[in-house]
Design a protein around this ligand. Structure first.
Ligand code: AVI
Length: 322
């Protein structure tokens, strides 16, 4: 997920036995779709890592620059003695920027489904920042019911970088923000990275890179179905498509069938027409104001936003308690 690190962005929402059921349900739908959380097996995570370094994919670079530039201002918002809870914090590259800048942070609590990777990162952090208490929590943060025990007695700040919130439908994003407000508690500060609406050609290039890495990332979903569920997708008979849907303010990714064909997965036959697509991902883009409005409807008051006109980092304050 972050440049300079081994890619291990394991999706935070995957129950191991639901893959087959989700694939069959998604391919049975009209239109066909697959949940984007399944992009992130080890191959998909490595491909995503390559995406973050592509010249056309600006979000990761923009966010790192914003965090580096504004870390002291962001750090000044955190309450003394707080625990920083990172939602999906498998890799701590971005959190480290805040952890180094904010002496107010005494504990770091990354919550991620990928337990092994969390432990490795925690060990590295303990070595690099010996004053910091590091409590990795292997859990699905979307279903976590309260603050992690390790952070329960401290004031809390939250961190959700990467514009991962853009991969939620707006209604799910609102639900997640309310959920985070309950977990972090009254008056908590929440730092959220959000990609901005911008001219379609810049967005188009970011999701249709010249090297074809995003295409490989998208097609890996079909390869994963073949590997893990014994599917027989012919990868040469599907094509990556990504375009900006301006009415919905989102990049849509699809896999288009290049011909009429039948594919078998889990003993079920799925018919594809020529040109029919599987919708694999939405990546919503917000303006500063549209994200603030979403946050305000979801239990948060906007404190400040930093932007380079491509990407934004928002600081929010919780106005509802746990
Ligand atoms: C993880 N997420 C914020 C990325 C995005 O830009 O929506 C996933 C991605 N899909 C294609 N390229 C990158």
């Amino acid at each position: 997920m972050n440049p300079g690190q081994t890619a291990l962005r394991i999706a935070p929402f995957v129950a191991p036995d639901s893959f087959a059921a989700d694939v069959v349900a998604g391919l049975s739908g009209h239109p066909k779709s697959l949940p984007p959380k399944y992009f992130y097996d080890s191959i998909g995570s490595a491909l995503f890592e390559r995406i973050t370094r592509l010249p056309e994919y600006y979000p990761t670079r923009s966010e790192l620059e914003l965090l580096n530039k504004h870390a002291p201002a962001i750090a000044s918002l955190f309450p003394p003695g707080c625990a920083l809870v990172e939602f999906g914090g498998g890799s701590s590259t971005k959190a480290r920027i805040l952890l180094r800048a904010a002496t107010s942070i005494e504990a770091y609590v990354p919550v991620d489904i990928s337990g092994d990777f969390l432990q490795q990162e925690a060990a590295r952090l303990r070595r690099d920042l010996p004053h910091l208490a590091v409590y990795p929590v292997a859990a699905d943060f979307t279903t976590m019911t309260g603050p992690p025990a390790e952070a329960a007695d401290r004031p809390r700040a939250g961190f959700f970088p990467g514009s991962t919130i853009g991969n939620f439908e707006p209604r799910e994003a609102a639900r997640f923000l309310r959920h985070a407000a309950r977990i972090l508690g009254k008056d908590a500060v929440f730092v959220v990275g959000v990609d901005l609406v911008k001219p379609a050609d810049i967005l188009h290039r970011a999701y249709n890179d010249a090297e074809g890495v995003t295409a490989k990332f998208n097609l890996n979903l079909l390869a994963r179905i073949n590997r893990e569920l014994g599917g027989n997708f012919d990868l040469d008979a599907f094509e990556h498509r990504a375009f900006y849907n301006s009415e919905e303010s989102r990049i849509e990714m699809h896999l288009a069938s290049m011909k009429r064909q039948t594919v078998r997965v889990c003993n079920t036959a799925f018919e594809f027409g020529a040109g029919e697509t599987i919708h694999t991902e939405n990546s919503y883009k917000y303006s500063i104001q549209s994200f603030r409005t979403l946050a305000q409807r979801s239990g948060w008051s906007p404190l400040k936003a930093w932007t380079d006109s491509r990407f934004s980092v928002h600081a929010l304050q919780a106005d509802i308690g746990a």
